[in-house]
Design a binder for this molecule. Structure first.
Ligand code: 9Z3
Length: 373
């Protein structure tokens, strides 16, 4: 697709997919946050995190989801805060959050860390006190200094509207703005004109209640008697199947790089499940969008190894110790001497964020030397 065609596709997408209700409120919060930290000469990073949903109905009962618990984003946000960045955390509602992630969902349920003392008051179990205190101090410091702004999204449409708005607000930061896109973003969606108003039905009861000449609230429903000619040997009549027809989501990375935040450093993640194609897909994405870094990861090993693919640089694997076997870029097990030793508790984001920050230093230095010329 040529540049004008892709910007037309983008305009059409934003014109026909309504923004989330909270967009104006989120934009105001982000603007105040960015202004405050820019005035203090602090670096600002936008971290996106969690999966986007693709609703199948306007009154949504069912949706398609992209895999992501939000661990990568929430953990990365903590390390960015430790490195002195102010963090805008654009995350899927109810996915993991920086700091609280340590004590939520199934890991370390907060209630299991508490006990009742002899006066009937709630107290932290002494054996857990130190590690909670460490997290609590960091959390309170981030809150006290207004270093962390939490902005939730749910659908792919919400995400794209929010991303565009925040990226545009970050544009004046120039090279010191960093966009770190760890959210798992759907490539496909149901456009509004094909979206059923109400819950998709599995029987034609609605057609019976609403005769043919009244508008049906559920356009997908077909007559029970209609038989499938969709494939050669249908096992189930088409009227009983749900066939979902998805359009591609416009390639928003192109707009980010070319229009929304053209001077900022843009880091995207590439998720694959087949080790043989990971590096090629990451390189392809970099060449296509001309941004600054793609961090490749495999679903099965994402917590222990990632690969940095950047223009003009060798691919660089980062690894932390883990339980179990290793795969290299081609999926072959590593030799024992290649397997990193060390603390199996170490989080890979402890390596990723300093390495990204170093590339960000270079990005800023390059852009200021271009300005001087
Ligand atoms: C990632 O690859 C993230 O690292 C994970 C993190 C989603 C694997 P968790 O939240 O998982 O720790 O459970 N994010 C990017 C995924 C993505 O959708 N990338 C697009 C692609 O691969 C490009 S923007 O095409």
């Amino acid at each position: 697709m040529s540049a004008p065609e892709s910007s037309q596709a983008e305009d059409a997408y934003f014109a026909s997919n309504a923004p989330p209700k909270q967009l104006a409120a989120h934009t105001a919060l982000a603007e105040a946050f960015i202004t405050q930290h820019a005035a203090a000469n602090r670096r600002v990073v936008l971290v996106t995190s969690g999966g986007t949903t693709v609703p199948l109905e306007k009154n949504t009962v069912r949706f398609i989801d992209n895999f992501s618990a939000g661990t990568r984003g929430a953990t990365s946000a903590e390390y960015f805060l430790s490195a002195g960045y102010a963090v805008i955390f654009l995350h899927r509602q109810f996915s993991l959050l920086p700091y609280s992630r340590h004590y939520s969902h199934s890991t370390d349920c907060l209630l299991d860390l508490l006990e009742e003392d002899s006066d009937g008051r709630v107290a932290v179990r002494p054996s857990d006190s130190d590690r909670i205190l460490d997290v609590l101090r960091k959390y309170q410091s981030a809150r006290r200094n207004n270093m962390l702004l939490l902005l939730p999204f749910v659908t792919i449409g919400d995400y794209l509207h929010e991303l565009r708005a925040v990226a545009r607000l970050m544009a004046p930061l120039g090279a010191s703005g960093l966009l770190y896109l760890a959210a798992a973003v759907s490539d496909f969606f149901v456009p509004p004109e094909r979206l059923s108003e109400h819950k998709i039905q599995s029987t034609n009861i609605v057609e019976k209640l609403y005769p043919k000449d009244t508008p049906s609230p559920s356009p997908q429903i077909e007559d029970e008697e209609t038989f499938d000619n969709f494939d050669a040997s249908p096992r189930v009549p088409r009227s009983k199947r749900l066939i979902i027809d998805l359009d591609p989501v416009p390639k928003f990375l192109k707009s980010l790089v070319e229009g929304w935040a053209p001077l900022g450093m843009i880091v995207s993640f590439k998720l694959e499940t087949d080790p043989r194609i990971l590096v090629h897909k990451a390189r392809y994405s970099l060449e296509r969008y001309q941004h600054h870094l793609v961090i490749g990861n495999l679903l099965s090993t994402r917590k222990w190894e990632v690969v940095f693919v950047a223009p003009g640089r060798e691919d660089r694997w980062l690894r932390v110790a883990r339980h179990g076997g290793w795969g290299d870029a081609e999926g072959r097990p590593l030799r024992p001497d290649e397997v990193p030793e060390g603390d199996p508790e170490q989080e890979i984001e402890a390596l990723i964020i300093p390495a990204v920050a170093e590339l960000h230093d270079d990005h800023i230095a390059k852009s200021s030397s271009v300005e001087k010329k």
